[in-house]
Write a protein that binds this ligand. Sequence first.
Ligand code: 13P
Ligand code: SF4
Length: 362
Amino acid sequence: MQQQQPLPAHIASLTDQDAHALVNRLREQLGKDTIILGHHYQRDEVIQHADFTGDSLKLARIARDSKAKNIIFCGVHFMAETADILTGGERFVSLPDLGAGCDMADMAEVRDVADSWLEATKAGAKNIIPVTYINSSAALKAFVGKNGGIICTSSNAKAVITWALEKGNHVFFFPDQHLGRNIAKGLGFDPARDMLLWDPKKPLGGHSAETIASKKIWLWKGHCPVHALFTVHQVKKIRETSPETKILVHPECAMEIVDISDLSGSTDYIIKTVEASPAGSKWAIGTEKHLVERLAAQHPDKTITSLNPFTCLCGTMNRISLHNLAWVLDGLVNGEHYNQIKVLPDMANDSMAALNRMFELS
Ligand code: 13P
Ligand code: SF4
């Protein structure tokens, strides 16, 4: 990945107030040709400038359907890559800080996936359907597309995994073991009987050929470090101290937590659930801090807290700052294209096959 360059002094030295004013001015100059997309985990100082906010599925659809020449993606790297793929590489897609990766996506290197795939097929496994969470590199999406697989987000994982389970003898799910396990369990599969955890550091993922042949669902050993900060203990504590509080978590949390929570769903689902709840409702939410704090501020008639009383921050999402956004827009006005995210055409084509399968289902 390219390195983020330091911001030039004329941008870095701006006060927040001046940076907001600059962003507003530049956006007026750029007009409808430039859109800003903001994931729900972005800082308030950034999200307030977004034309569209959403979860990863909603933002992917907006990028795909938009006619804007420039898409400034305030999110993480895989989201900007997906936008470039979905727009046929014909737009300028920019990620305002190149350090905004996704730690979970980095846990499934395509070379490791390809090695594991080869091992599994050499061991006799047949008709394996690869499924990758959209939180993955374009290289992995392309591998999945080439091998007849599909992509999912946390919003449509149920429909996608159902499709894959019906199609194959085995579903190989990357990179989030928790999302895969939670969804498959919700579909009636037993984690002990039907699933295995594939550790790419071990031969055959740490299993015998007989074991892999007997399990329907293979879960790659990846996870989100932010959602790993939620624990069963925190849920129990809320149950003891505030039994009327409902617990709502993202499906990237571990199964033990999802099982004892009241509700689980994508960031859009979390927002809609809170919005639809009556005044006076109490919620403990298991997801990234910016979204939880924003919900609390937007719903003063409800009690909204984080399930984890300490900070659960996605450090990579948090890298996108107001000043980075101002810098990219300032560049555009001056004919410069900073931080373009570009996927190689062959990789984009193969990824598109897997993305199209997803869009057919959701
Ligand atoms: P959503 O699709 O629910 O927005 O999730 C994206 C993500 O990265 C959560 O950690
Ligand atoms: Fe990736 Fe987790 Fe951050 Fe989401 S919250 S972008 S899965 S590291």
